[in-house]
Design a protein around this ligand. Structure first.
Ligand SMILES: [Zn+2]
Length: 158
């Protein structure tokens, strides 16, 4: 995958020649000329050398950026595949974290790399309908329970 030009390198209140724009963005001059020739990147008319407004250059480069991957609840972003991936064998492990969220760990369905993502406890119940979740359940904060604290996780005597 080609490196995407960084629009943050562009000052919107100045204008750029093709050469300056190429250098600021770290792309070839011919790339900037291609953007102009395609009609996508407007230039200041009747001007030699060709000048591009920083604001228009910035907007153009921003527009070129690939859209962010939207993950489904049962997907994680696989760093090895560079894509959203589902869980291998539809299995995921829940790792309790502090606060209102938990970590979910799953293996990539394609390359089996370990993937993580943070989910809220509200999402955990929805997620458990989509994948087999293993791991710890949420430990309730004392203030959230109306029941007195009992050792009910101990095996009941028969
Ligand atoms: Zn993968």
């Amino acid at each position: 995958m080609a490196r995407r030009p960084n629009w943050r390198a562009i000052r919107i209140h100045r204008s750029y020649s093709v050469d300056e724009a190429a250098r600021a963005l770290g792309v070839a001059k011919v790339t900037v000329r291609r953007w102009i020739a395609s009609g996508g990147l407007p230039v200041i008319d009747d001007c030699k050398p060709t000048l591009i407004l920083g604001a228009e250059l910035s907007a153009f480069v921003k527009g070129k950026r690939a859209p962010r991957h939207k993950l489904r609840l049962d997907q994680c972003y696989c760093m090895r595949c560079h894509a959203p991936k589902g869980a291998a064998l539809c299995e995921a492990e829940l790792i309790p974290a502090k606060g209102a969220s938990a970590m979910v760990r799953m293996l990539c369905e394609t390359c089996a790399a370990v993937m993580h993502k943070r989910v809220s406890w509200k999402q955990v119940s929805q997620l458990s309908a989509l994948v087999r979740l293993s791991g710890a359940q949420r430990v309730k904060h004392l203030g959230e329970t109306t029941q007195p604290c009992v050792n009910d996780h101990c095996q009941k005597e028969v």
